[in-house]
Design a protein around this ligand. Structure first.
Ligand SMILES: Cc1cc2nc3c(=O)[nH]c(=O)nc-3n(C[C@H](O)[C@H](O)[C@H](O)COP(=O)(O)OP(=O)(O)OC[C@H]3O[C@@H](n4cnc5c(N)ncnc54)[C@H](O)[C@@H]3O)c2cc1C
Length: 393
């Protein structure tokens, strides 16, 4: 961490994966730009990024999300080499073992419609009927399923290494990380002018970016901007089964069971969408036995009827309550120099590279150059017009 200057071209609030990504891409776009990232905790203890499961997939319905995944997955695959600093590689343990969505009834139709969009955007998607599921994954109980979508080019990486690599690279390009908390924002009638720090200092900038994840509505509230992003606690578990089965992809179902192989075991959970919103990191140690294990044992009886949960941790989704999609862009016509990059609702690790690049384009050039992310702009929040995903979240 450096002693902060008094003025920067861009100040980014929040220095985990989203803040570090936009910082990196700003320096890529304009190496002369003076960029500061304000982040209170260099250990990232409570940041969602380091608590994430690491999955990256193209199984979405909104074209922007699929395009962001296409870019981000390529970026993640090249990461060790492209993000190397002084020749030292940046390994992030990418495992390309695919993603599998499994569904019943009318949802099969939705998977088929979504697959057409994904394939049109270049993704390799295999639609499987019940027999196909059984052939691919013989240990899976499929009698109550109508099919699935398998995306073999997807996978997962280690989110902590991803963040550390991104941060190290951004710093090597001249981005300054300031260890502090943004306590308030000062503004004139039309522009945000200063970030006021908890330590007492103030930093002025041309542009401010709110990349503070589950805390982002608090930051936006400082200038009267209503951001419908709330903290949604969810648990992640590391568990082992009683019997070794075929290699699995990242499996997700309609009830929000989601898990993937990890070493000799598995990492995953089952998101409770009705979880009360708030900054709650308590761990409910019965949740796995009560909720997750029955779902796992039902789906893979031979592997998971006997099971051991070794570790449970909690983390926060930065949940966009409007539609489960991110808010990317500036507050047009009110504070044009205040940008938001938040509300990724469980998809932020995988979309950080593309979203960071997109926002950097918007900031430096005034428009998107690669992926058009206008549909994720703040305008839809102001107009209260949701732009949701269709199908499994
Ligand atoms: C259990 C779990 C599993 C997940 N699995 C996946 C997955 O498989 N794939 C995927 O893509 N995504 C996944 N996610 C979601 C993903 O982790 C998030 O979308 C992503 O990490 C958001 O990154 P971020 O940088 O916006 O937020 P964070 O990582 O939360 O970082 C926000 C930062 O802002 C800082 N901050 C807060 N207040 C202030 C302030 N006042 N001033 C300055 N800084 C401040 C915080 O210290 C923090 O470091 C998962 C999340 C959880 C919890």
């Amino acid at each position: 961490m450096n002693t902060p200057k008094l003025r920067y071209d861009a100040v980014i609030i929040g220095g985990a994966i989203m803040g570090s990504s936009v910082a990196y891409f700003l320096k890529q776009a304009d190496p002369a730009m003076e960029v500061a990232v304000i982040e209170p905790d260099p250990t990232y203890e409570y940041a969602s990024t380091v608590r994430a499961s690491g999955g990256a997939r193209r199984l979405f319905s909104c074209p922007e999300n699929i395009q962001m995944s296409n870019f981000s997955i390529d970026f993640i695959k090249r990461f060790p080499v492209d993000i190397a600093v002084h020749g030292e590689p940046a390994p992030i343990d990418w495992v390309q073992q695919g993603y599998l969505f499994i569904v019943q009834g009318a949802h099969m139709r939705l998977l088929e419609e979504n697959a057409k969009i994904q394939q049109a955007l270049g993704a390799e998607i295999h639609l499987l009927d019940r027999k196909g599921l059984r052939d691919y994954f013989p240990s899976m109980h499929v009698d109550d399923l109508d099919g699935g979508a398998y995306s073999p080019g997807d996978g997962w990486c280690d989110p902590s290494s991803f963040l550390q690599g991104m941060r190290k690279k951004a710093r090597s390009l001249g981005v300054e990380y300031i260890q502090d908390t943004v306590a308030s924002l000062r503004h004139t009638g039309i522009a945000v002018t200063h970030a006021v720090l908890a330590s007492g200092g103030e930093i002025s900038a041309e542009v401010f970016v709110n990349a503070s994840g589950a805390w982002s509505s608090q930051i936006s509230e400082m200038i009267g901007m209503r951001l419908p992003v709330s903290p949604l606690r969810r648990f992640e578990h590391f568990f082992t089964g009683q019997k070794k089965i075929e290699p699995l992809p990242y499996v997700k179902d309609l009830h929000r069971l989601a898990f993937r192989p990890e070493g000799d075991g598995y990492s995953g959970g089952l998101v409770n969408s009705d979880e009360p919103r708030g900054f709650n990191f308590d761990v409910d140690h019965d949740y796995f036995d009560r909720v997750v294990w029955p779902a796992l044992a039902h789906r893979f009886p031979s592997a998971f009827e006997g099971i051991k949960c070794h570790r449970t941790w909690s983390g926060l989704y930065e949940q966009c309550e409007l539609d489960g999609n991110p808010v990317i862009g500036n507050w047009k016509g009110r504070f044009d120099n205040f940008y938001v990059l938040a509300g990724f609702s469980g998809h932020g690790m995988m979309h950080a590279p593309a979203a960071g690049r997109g926002l950097a384009e918007l900031i430096t050039g005034g428009r998107y150059e690669t992926i058009d992310l206008c549909n994720f702009g703040y305008g839809r929040v102001e107009r209260n017009v949701p732009y949701p995903e269709r199908g499994i979240l």
